[in-house]
Ligand binder design. Structure first.
Ligand code: FES
Length: 317
């Protein structure tokens, strides 16, 4: 599997962007152009002592990247380090952009963001505006002081609708009329787990089909497992080598122990770095990154968290 390239960048600006958020602007250390990206893409950021963290790209200029980071009360070190330790002028190691949350093609697009979930959806909204598409961006915040990207949202005009729960306008208190009209539409959403779970439930009640829904999570969903994990085998298609995966191991761990290089980043089934083709066998999908369509096809698997329903999986490695 191809490893994601590592890039050395410099933080050329660090600024507040709504209460609790910092906007980091990154440029390459050697002044070379950074790789292009499409709306929905994210990068890994290497955090000293913590490993890699994933952040959506929200830049508009071609010669730099921007990421907007919320100081997370449940931070495991990533957002705290970026807020409190990193300074303008410092270097950072990042990955090339990766995109498992592309903007779907549909006659009409509804974008629903909560909090910092705005970052990928703002870039999507700007892309839709540029091609004069039929779309609306709904942004949900607790209070007005949390609003980020004020000027960019203003350029979207009536296509951007901002809802404040402090003004009794949360998704639980009022369902926007356009969410009641799923015909010929795609629904794209990003935000905290509670918001996303509630929105998906509402959408399905309003008649949206699963293949119309497109989302990206910040954290792995914690749906309870109803059956215990069991052991299975994997086969490497290129060599025919077989390895046992015990009930308490992941496929990624077994491959790494065997010295087989795979791309890993979040290791929580969210970023898509470790997606690998499946040539035979039935995956037990446990990730938050594959689409419904990809799951149904059963021809790829997220190695860091998914398992097997069949006794053997043949991996395209
Ligand atoms: S490493 Fe991120 S999905 Fe597997």
């Amino acid at each position: 599997m191809k490893q994601t390239d590592s890039l050395a960048v410099t933080v050329i600006a660090k600024q507040s962007n709504g209460a609790g958020n910092v906007l980091l602007t990154l440029a390459s250390e050697d002044d070379q152009p950074l790789p292009p990206f499409a709306p929905g893409a994210h990068i890994d950021v290497e955090i000293p002592g913590c490993g890699k963290r994933q952040y959506s790209l929200c830049s508009t200029a071609a010669n730099h990247y921007q990421i907007c980071v919320r100081l997370d009360a449940r931070s495991t070190g990533g957002s705290r380090w970026l807020h409190q330790q990193l300074a303008a002028g410092d270097g950072l190691q990042i990955s090339s952009p990766r995109n498992h949350f592309p903007l779907p093609q549909a006659p009409r697009t509804l974008l629903f963001a909560a909090g910092i979930g705005l970052t990928p959806l703002l870039v999507m909204a700007e892309a839709l505006a540029a091609r004069q598409a039929d779309f609306t961006l709904h942004l949900y915040l607790k209070r007005a002081d949390e609003l980020a990207f004020c000027e960019r949202l203003a350029t979207l005009g009536p296509h951007a609708v901002i809802h404040y729960s402090s003004e009794s306008d949360s998704l639980r208190q009022r369902i926007p009329d356009d969410l009641k009209q799923p015909h010929n539409s795609a629904l794209v959403y990003c935000g905290p787990a509670g918001f996303m779970d509630h929105l998906q439930q509402l959408a399905q009640q309003q008649g949206w089909k699963l293949d119309q829904l497109h989302s990206e999570r910040f954290r792995p969903s914690d749906a309870p497992r109803l059956v215990a994990d069991s052991a299975f085998e994997i086969e490497i298609a290129s060599s025919g080598a077989r390895f046992a995966v015990s009930a308490d191991q992941s496929i990624a761990e077994v491959l790494e122990d065997a010295g087989i290089a795979i791309a890993l980043s979040c290791e929580q089934g969210m970023c898509g770095a470790c997606i690998t083709g499946v040539l035979a066998g039935e995956p037990d999908h446990r990730d938050d990154v594959l689409s419904q369509h990809e799951r149904a096809a059963n021809d790829c698997i997220v190695l860091c968290c998914s398992r097997a329903h069949s006794p053997l999986l043949v991996l395209d490695l």
